[in-house]
Ligand binder design. Structure first.
Ligand code: DAH
Length: 343
């Protein structure tokens, strides 16, 4: 007489799932799958069944065995975990406080720069990291034969687009969509084919500012950058302009912040200051008055409006603030590094 295998199957799985402890589970295991269990007897007797029953009985018995074993395994795991937790739970122990995270030093520096500029009325704007040549170069008055456009320097994608080499692209994207007056900042990742070393990386971050209105002058630029430098590096920070060339500004300058590490003395404890290399000044970035050709590209009246723009690397400022001597550390995600900076 063959027992009702399907019923046995259901009954066994239900009982196993309800087993309250490991001992009860072991009893169920012996009862349902042990040597003298009904299931084993059925499996052992298949050969002697009439030929027309062998197949269907064999199949349901096989299925039942597989499910019952799986249920036993699952229940055993759960019960073991419960038992372990019960064994080790000491309710008198103080709780474990969740570890507090903190911003990455680069984000913290960027946030401060953004904050300082927002206080001066700059709104935050965003632009794509995958750009086209027009926004990265042409609209910024950068001619086709400019060395920055070489594939030695710029990452080009197969479809002709590129990874932006600076955040100045956002100037164009904003002016294309909004009439003056404009006062925006943009922060983001930029890419260049640099050989990576302690002061260069092919992935870096810039912050960009743009102010366009009637009667904006170089003095406004200097005032803005001075206020920015003093907010982030301290009240005593000074700024100096050096003449330079950028295709998208005229006149153009590079600017330096006074060294806050050695207080412009050029040395620290009798040694040459490592941050400014003894010069008392630290090179920061580029700026200038927006070139009339750029205004023409975006359809602004270059007779009526003038504007300044500036851009610089955030890594550089973070390195000065924290005395970090290797730019590669920023992208390595090594917690031993990032944990050192409380915000
Ligand atoms: N985009 C320039 C660079 O990456 C920096 C720069 C120069 C930005 C002059 C400006 C600017 O906005 O006016 O080297």
């Amino acid at each position: 007489m063959v027992p009702d295998i399907d019923q046995l199957h259901r009954e066994a799985v239900a009982a196993i799932r309800a087993a309250g402890d490991l001992k009860a589970l072991e009893e169920l295991r012996v009862h349902y799958t042990g040597r003298r269990s009904q299931l084993r007897q059925v499996l052992g007797s298949i050969g002697s069944l009439p030929a027309d029953k062998r197949r269907s009985v064999g199949q349901s018995a096989g299925r039942a065995q597989k499910d019952i074993e799986a249920a036993l395994g699952e229940r055993q795991q759960v019960l073991k975990l419960e038992q372990e937790a019960g064994d080790t739970l000491d309710v008198t122990l103080p709780g474990r406080p969740p570890r507090q995270g903190q911003p990455h030093p680069l984000s913290a520096t960027a946030d401060e720069l953004v904050d300082a500029l927002r206080h001066m009325g700059f709104a935050v704007a965003d632009g794509p990291e995958v750009e086209d040549e027009y926004h990265n170069f042409d609209a910024l008055n950068t001619p086709a034969d400019h060395p920055a456009r070489d594939d030695h320097d710029t990452f080009y994608l197969d479809d002709g687009s590129l990874l932006r080499t600076h955040t100045s692209t956002v100037q164009i994207r904003i002016m294309e969509t909004q009439p003056p007056p404009i006062r925006v900042l943009s922060v983001g990742r930029c890419y260049r084919k640099e050989t990576v070393d302690a002061t260069h990386h092919m992935i870096f971050h810039q912050i960009e500012g743009l102010y366009v209105d009637e009667g904006v002058s170089l003095a406004d630029l200097k005032g803005t950058l001075t206020a920015l430098a003093q907010r982030v590096l301290g009240e005593r920070t000074q700024i100096r302009f050096r003449p330079h060339f950028f295709p998208f500004t005229e006149p153009s300058v590079e600017y330096d912040f006074s060294c806050t590490i050695c207080d412009q003395r050029g040395e620290v404890e009798g040694r040459r200051c490592r941050v400014c290399k003894g010069t008392g000044w630290i090179e920061i970035g580029g700026a200038g008055m927006v070139d009339p050709n750029v205004f023409r590209h975006v359809g602004y009246d270059d007779e009526k409006f003038s504007g300044f723009a500036f851009g610089f690397g955030i890594e550089r400022v973070a390195m000065i603030r924290h005395g970090i001597d290797d730019i590669r550390l920023f992208l390595e995600s090594d917690m031993r590094f990032t944990r050192q900076f409380s915000s």
